[in-house]
Design a protein around this ligand. Structure first.
Ligand SMILES: Nc1ncnc2c1ncn2[C@@H]1O[C@H](COP(=O)(O)OP(=O)(O)OP(=O)(O)O)[C@@H](O)[C@H]1O
Length: 215
């Protein structure tokens, strides 16, 4: 997490970033600083380039032009619909994957990692679901488990793709509460969302239209 020296440095900085797919522009000329301890929402119509921008921040999408600098640890929280129903994993297994950055995959978790997993389950209100198969959970519980996985990464920047879309009220409330609490702890949140309640709790909103930031 951020120390005092680096507190006001961006956790990720994009300058003049463009991404094209077969000559078709997905995002164009984006300048963006993601600052520590903020919730930044990324909004815009379908096809505007929101997910592509999230991938650029994550460092998983090659740039056609521009630069990306991100020196701190990044965690990615996928949409529940992007995760297979057939994974033969318990909820605790899914959350434990978040700790794999600090240990080797499938190794026994060390004490600090076990605490991080327990804490993440507790904060998302799914401790009682920990032994159940991930596939047996409701949509809201699955999305909570995936955010818990993100918390277990102990990243400086968490990237979320539509974390509350189509969820029950209690799950949406819990997820937004955890997003704000993480920002309060100094973690930066960048979140693609159409949900007005997420835009309400954001410190700022990046609007994309046809791949360009409009404000
Ligand atoms: N892997 C890919 N190959 C080709 N084109 C792509 C790819 N990924 C995205 N695109 C195109 O890039 C543009 C931006 O897509 P992106 O998924 O980033 O938009 P979005 O705002 O997240 O859309 P949505 O809200 O529908 O998820 C679209 O025209 C899309 O078809």
């Amino acid at each position: 997490m951020s120390d005092t020296r680096s507190e006001r440095q961006p956790v990720a900085r994009l300058r003049g970033v463009s991404v094209e797919f077969s000559g078709r522009v997905a995002i164009a000329g984006v300048d963006l600083d993601v600052m520590p301890g903020v919730v930044m929402a990324i909004a815009g119509p379908n096809g505007a380039g929101k997910s592509t921008l999230l991938e650029v921040i994550a460092g998983t999408r090659p740039l056609s032009a521009g630069t990306r600098v991100a020196t701190r640890a990044i965690g990615f929280v996928p949409q529940r619909t992007a995760v297979s129903d057939r994974l033969p994993l318990t909820v605790r297994d899914v959350v434990s994957v978040g700790a794999w950055g600090r240990i080797k995959p499938w190794r026994r978790l060390d004490t600090a990692s076990r605490h991080a997993v327990d804490d993440a389950l507790d904060r998302l209100g799914i401790t009682d679901q920990a032994s159940r198969p991930f596939a047996a959970l409701s949509g809201g519980q699955r999305q909570r488990a995936l955010l818990a996985q993100g918390l277990a990464c102990r990243a400086d920047l968490l990237l979320l793709d539509e974390p509350t879309t189509g969820l029950d009220t209690a799950s949406g409330d819990r997820i937004r509460t955890v997003m704000r609490a993480e920002a309060h702890r100094g973690v930066s949140i960048a979140c693609v969302s159409h949900d007005p309640l997420v835009l309400d709790i954001a410190d700022h909103v990046v609007h994309l239209v046809d791949g360009r930031m409009t404000r």
